[in-house]
Design a protein around this ligand. Structure first.
Ligand SMILES: *Cc1c(COP(=O)(O)O)cnc(C)c1O
Length: 487
């Protein structure tokens, strides 16, 4: 028996109990050995739990109640944009005309789906200020890598093979240096200045004719807008490098500012963040990439084109393409959800999203500022980063604060990130939360700050109310339990 009295599914099992009823066999039974090679036939039956359908439903429903998701509670996980995903998206994605088509179907039979993809590309072109978009990449990191491969192909086409370096600020999301490395580049770290923005002097000293690109998020991972962005782009362009926009967190600027107008040459978007694809359980995602004109020849193939007759088809005749980056044409279901979201929100709706995301973050930042260290005290965009350094002096770590929040029913913020903030707590409320929710979370954070002063043990030993107490942070990843062993 588990310590919280919820039996394992194997413990609920009763020999011979079944969860199905099928008609009695009215054809001769087939001997497996006559149709399968011997090495594929089990000697003993697999050890599977035997339960009735109702038992299974109750078991999984009970387990699901212990999950934390956006639909069950506030989830201010910085940089992840855990906003509410409208259920209308699900209705659209489940329409048989979308859900039941096959990616190998003839183009003529899926014109509606292709039109949706084409229209979505057009919307993303408009939103990003780019000249062309591909929907192939399966998620953000995949989009980063796709864009870097295009930048590489671009430089190689110009005979610029000495461009081996990609510049990445020290506050960048971890996927940025990782994508650069996988695309075959060496990464060079750019320092953050005292005000939390890119250190221009450091950038100037590191660009040169070996620079392939600069990868930048704007607002950066501290939630701060890089106000020198035009100058930054000029510095990189002046030496022949490309400027890449990590648009995973477009929620901060969508419909207000466009990467294409800030000097960026290419961008990836996370449709599963900003454009309400459900995420957090491991996918699927969608990470479209937008590019300016001079990178278009290198787009992954096939490229979706609209003919003069108004029909849609895939163009494979792309001599300079980096090739296909995904089987089929992208994670279509997530693209349907993003399209539904864009169309139901409309331009004014998307603008309101950005405004409310930014107002919510600034409201919380100012409410919490008296109780936690705010390393960069300036207006933030969609998120902000606090430091638990004051609490650390009292023996309470940021990890403890995160665990204590579980007792209040909240998913904790992102912790210890970005790396240039000591004991970082990165909070992203998103626009879909009401003021009451923001206030209740701030009240909990303020109470925890007081507990750290008056009764630190309660924070250090948290969580107290969850089914499972403190877990070993790395054991589950290093030693996953693969098999149930009977006691
Ligand atoms: C989430 C995120 C990514 C990576 O996106 P995935 O879809 O998880 O690969 C990259 N950059 C930033 C800034 C992000 O927030």
């Amino acid at each position: 028996m588990h310590k919280d009295n919820q039996p394992l599914v194997f413990e609920l099992s009763r020999e011979g109990r079944v969860g199905h009823s099928v008609p009695v066999l009215d054809v001769p039974e087939v001997d497996l050995a006559s149709i399968l090679p011997a090495q594929f036939i089990r000697e003993e039956a697999a050890e599977l739990p035997e339960l009735a359908e109702l038992d299974i439903m109750r078991h999984y429903t009970a387990l699901s109640r212990r999950n934390h998701g956006v639909d069950s509670g506030f989830y201010p996980l910085g940089s992840c944009t855990m906003k509410y995903n409208p259920k209308m998206n699900e209705t659209a994605a489940r329409m048989p005309g979308f859900a039941n088509i096959h990616p190998l179907q003839d183009e003529e039979t899926v014109q509606g789906a292709l039109e949706l993809m084409y229209d979505l590309q057009e919307h993303l072109i408009e939103i990003t200020g780019m000249d062309e978009v591909t929907l192939q990449p399966a998620a953000g990191a995949h989009g980063e890598w796709t864009a870097l491969m295009m930048i590489r192909a671009f430089h190689e086409a110009n005979g610029d093979t000495q461009r081996t370096k990609v510049l990445v600020p020290d506050s960048a999301h971890g996927t940025n240096p990782a994508s650069a490395a996988v695309a075959g580049f060496d990464t060079v770290t750019i320092a953050t200045a005292e005000n939390g923005l890119v250190d221009l002097e450091d950038l100037r000293s590191k660009v040169g004719d070996d620079t392939a690109a600069l990868m930048l998020t704007n607002p950066n991972t501290l939630g701060l807008f890089e106000e020198d962005i035009l100058e930054i782009a000029d510095i990189v362009h002046s030496v022949g490098g490309k400027v890449y926009y990590d648009g995973a967190n477009l929620n901060a600027v969508m419909s207000k500012a466009r990467p294409g107008d800030m000097g960026f040459d290419c961008v990836h978007l996370n449709l599963h963040k900003t454009f309400t694809g459900p995420h957090g359980g491991g996918g699927p995602g969608s990470g479209p990439v937008g590019v300016k004109a001079d990178l278009i020849p290198f787009l992954p193939k096939p490229v979706l084109v609209k003919t003069e007759e108004g029909t849609f088809h895939f163009d494979y005749d792309r001599p300079q393409t980096i090739g296909r980056v995904k089987p089929y044409y992208g994670n279509f279901g997530i693209n349907v959800r993003a399209y539904t979201y864009i169309r139901t929100m409309g331009p004014d709706g998307l603008k309101a999203v950005t405004e409310n995301a930014v107002i919510n973050a600034n409201y919380m930042m100012r409410r919490l500022q008296p109780f936690y260290e705010l390393p960069y005290d300036r207006h933030c965009k969609h998120e902000f980063v606090l430091s638990g350094s004051r609490q650390k002096k009292l023996g309470v770590r940021t990890l403890d604060i995160a665990k204590r929040l579980l007792d209040f029913g909240y998913h904790p913020p992102t912790t210890y990130f970005p790396l240039n903030v000591e004991e970082g707590l990165m909070i992203e409320p998103t626009e879909t939360e009401a003021k009451e929710t923001l206030d209740a979370f701030c009240d909990a954070m303020i109470q925890i700050a007081k507990e750290a002063e008056e009764n630190p043990e309660i924070v250090q030993e948290a969580p107290h109310t969850t089914v499972i107490k403190r877990l070993d942070e790395t054991l589950a990843a290093r030693k996953p339990v693969l098999r149930y062993e009977k006691a």
